[in-house]
Design a protein around this ligand. Structure first.
Ligand code: 7XF
Length: 399
């Protein structure tokens, strides 16, 4: 098959083939890992043309690289966007994008719950440079409406939100914001779902970001990120946020590993979702559990929206125990199969305590305001036999 985009092909087919034509690389079934920092020019005019952008082609791997280009085409295809940029980390993708698109005096409107370092970059970083950060509860249209201003340049959210699984209605929020001012960019962190479960660009968003460290890579062996948007925006982020401001360039070996991971993305997501549903069902019935946050539960407040905008309910779960913080610590310390570790989307089931780990970048007061409770436990359902994960959780919860 050719490298041409063909959205008529199924998601799994595109996950294996999109962006790569083996004929371009002497028939190699897998894309070669091009370990070259620089690319030689035939003559001065060619070099000048590549630098000015008048001539296509690679010239330095801080800007582009042939292996990276395959991943970027594949990600754009899967997210149904025009273009993509792969980066050294999820934070590299987020920071390169926001540095590029925001200027002093702009307002950045953000949902109240986002990943800890995203929050920290905005609240404690960007704000120092004159960008006005404003938080709203994105599950409440009136709160968004009340906080939009003439200075609003960009809105930002995750859905489901890390760590408490609030689900935001992408179509409704983007429609509301565009009705207020169509030039406001809507940016969605799609790390928790991946395009296998949710495609925000088809629901009204302009920009999607990822921590590719998670499900896209899928094996817990690398740090990487990505941005997907229209070609012009990606070019701006590549030539400014990436090239000049962050230098958050992905290594070709990591590109290769992500391309390998993406081949099994849909298969893995199916199992992550099945396992998470079974774990959430068990926890929901458990006498020591106060609340389970998983949109696949019929009693979850976000079940309906999630059913509409997601193809399945994902592999992430959060819970509160009746015994609060002390009970949470006891459970986390007792687990044997599940690993006590941050990150998510790996083959291994991972559990962690957001208040002291992933979201410790919020102060105690900020966590209170942003709905991140001290007793919350987060589970990333792995790919192990689900009865083994459930047995481990049951022994962890037993007195
Ligand atoms: O720079 P990274 O590849 O670690 O990605 C940052 C990032 C961006 N968006 C979301 C929704 C994320 O969850 C992350 C990273 N989160 C890890 C976690 O929540 O476990 C980081 C471990 S401290």
């Amino acid at each position: 098959m050719s490298a041409d985009r063909d959205t008529k092909l199924g998601f799994a087919t595109r996950s294996v083939h999109a962006g790569y034509n083996s004929s371009d690389f002497e028939g190699a079934l897998n894309p070669p890992i091009v370990m070259s920092s620089t690319f030689a020019f035939d003559n001065v005019a060619q070099g000048a043309g590549r630098f000015s952008g008048e001539e296509s082609g690679h010239f330095y791997s801080r800007i582009s690289n042939p292996t990276q280009a395959v991943l970027e085409t594949r990600l754009a295809d899967l997210e149904e966007g025009e273009a993509a940029l792969a980066t050294a980390s999820g934070m590299g993708a987020i920071t390169a994008t926001l540095w590029t698109l925001l200027a002093p005096g702009d307002q950045l409107l953000v949902d109240k719950t986002v990943y800890g370092c995203t929050f920290s970059f905005m609240q404690h970083g960007l704000q120092k440079f004159g960008v006005n950060i404003c938080f709203a509860d994105f599950t409440d249209p009136e709160d968004i409406q009340a906080k939009l201003t003439e200075q609003t340049k960009l809105i930002y959210f995750e859905t489901p939100a890390n760590p408490n699984m609030r689900v935001i209605d992408i179509a409704a929020v983007t429609a509301l914001v565009k009705a207020y001012n169509p030039t406001i960019k809507c940016m969605v962190d799609n790390t928790y779902c991946t395009p296998a479960l949710q495609r925000p660009l088809t629901l009204g968003a302009d920009i999607v970001v990822h921590s590719a460290t998670k499900y896209l890579g899928g094996h817990g062996d690398l740090i990487a990120g990505a941005v997907v948007a229209d070609a012009e925006t990606i070019e701006q982020i590549r030539m400014y946020g990436l090239k000049d401001m962050t230098g958050a360039v992905i290594a070709p070996l990591n590109v290769f590993l992500i391309l390998r991971g993406i081949k099994t993305l849909q298969l893995r997501m199916e199992r992550h979702c099945q396992n998470a549903q079974a774990i959430a069902d068990m926890l929901d019935q458990h006498p020591d559990v106060d609340q389970v946050f998983y949109p696949g539960l019929k009693n979850d407040p976000w079940h309906l929206i999630a059913s509409q905008q997601m193809d399945d309910f994902g592999g992430m779960i959060a819970l509160e125990l009746k015994g609060g913080y002390e009970a949470a610590v006891k459970l986390l310390n007792k687990l044997k199969l599940a690993k006590l570790a941050v990150s998510l989307g790996d083959a291994e089931t991972l559990v962690q305590h957001p208040a002291s780990m992933t979201h410790s970048t919020y102060t105690l007061e900020e966590r209170g305001e942003h709905g991140i409770t001290e007793g919350l436990v987060r589970i990333s359902a792995g790919l192990e036999a689900v009865e083994d994960i459930i047995a481990d959780l049951e022994q962890g919860l037993a007195d």
